[in-house]
Ligand binder design. Structure first.
Ligand code: XBP
Ligand code: MG
Length: 258
């Protein structure tokens, strides 16, 4: 039996990247008088680097107009990231980034069923707090018995540390849990920690090859379009705990290329 759900945040709980983090990075560039702007396509390519500060440093290494000294780049990345997170908090506090359909329902269902829930994210704690406080209300943290963020790990996803720390905090072995993820880096992190993964495809990772997961589908809002198809005899509608349990029972790891 599944004893806990482990939630990824960006892309899985909410589509935060294109209209949240990306917009906030551009506002930070503007605030510091930089002409840099990340369009939707370029930002999608940059998502192969997890962590906002790491993403900035990666982009600086590729462009000709970034500071040449490593020290100077680090300082600039730190300042941009600080400002970007402040802008991001303003954006999510305005309520323009909703939870993905079916997320709230599954969180509520898992809580009612007595499952433990954890969060394993690469994003900064301030970003997570702002998003979940706005979307789930002031009591959001009572829903989660483990919350591990970017600041809590030495190495970000695809390194498994964030999942290992979440498992420790939950006090459960990996096979009694299921991770909900959207990105190849997130799937790799969970798999390296032996956590079975269910993938909800997000805007930026709609077509990526995904290997060795319990199931993959378009989102928690509908049982349609999922592989493997376990809907026979199940109620139609959103992806419920029964679906997660059915995939977990099979423990048949599927691969998917689109
Ligand atoms: C996804 C990420 C994050 C955000 C930005 O995290 O890669 O780095 O893009 O976060 P996840 P920060 O899918 O694990 O939730 O700027 O706060 O680093
Ligand atoms: Mg994600």
């Amino acid at each position: 039996m599944i004893a806990a759900l482990i939630w990824d945040v960006d892309g899985t709980m909410a589509e935060t990247e294109r209209d949240g983090h990306r917009v906030a990075f551009n506002l930070a560039f503007e605030a510091l008088g930089l002409a840099w702007r990340w369009d939707e396509e370029h930002y999608g390519a940059l998502l192969c680097i997890t962590g906002g500060r790491e993403r900035l440093l990666h982009d600086m290494a590729l462009r000709g107009d970034a500071p040449t000294l490593a020290e100077e780049r680090m300082r600039l990345a730190g300042e941009l990231h600080r400002r970007k997170n402040a802008f991001y908090v303003e954006i999510v506090q305005a309520g323009v980034i909703p939870l993905r359909a079916g997320v709230r329902e599954l969180i509520d269902e898992a809580a009612a069923a007595g499952l433990r829930q954890g969060i394993a994210t690469t994003t900064s704690r301030s970003n997570l707090q702002a998003l979940l406080q706005r979307q789930l209300g002031a009591g959001w943290s009572a829903r989660f018995s483990a919350v591990v963020c970017g600041e809590d790990v030495l190495v970000k996803k695809p390194d498994p540390q964030v999942y290992r720390l979440t498992l420790q905090a939950l006090g459960l072995p990996p096979l009694q849990t299921v991770a909900l993820e959207d990105s190849p880096a997130g799937v790799e992190a969970a798999r390296l920690a032996d956590v079975p993964v269910v993938v909800t495809r997000s805007v930026y990772f709609a077509h990526d090859t995904v290997l060795g997961v319990l199931a993959i589908g378009p989102g928690l809002h509908s049982h349609l379009g999922w592989r493997p198809d376990v809907a026979d005899g199940m109620p139609n509608g959103r992806v419920t705990l029964n679906y997660l349990q059915a995939w977990h029972d099979r423990m048949e790891l599927v691969s998917h290329q689109q």
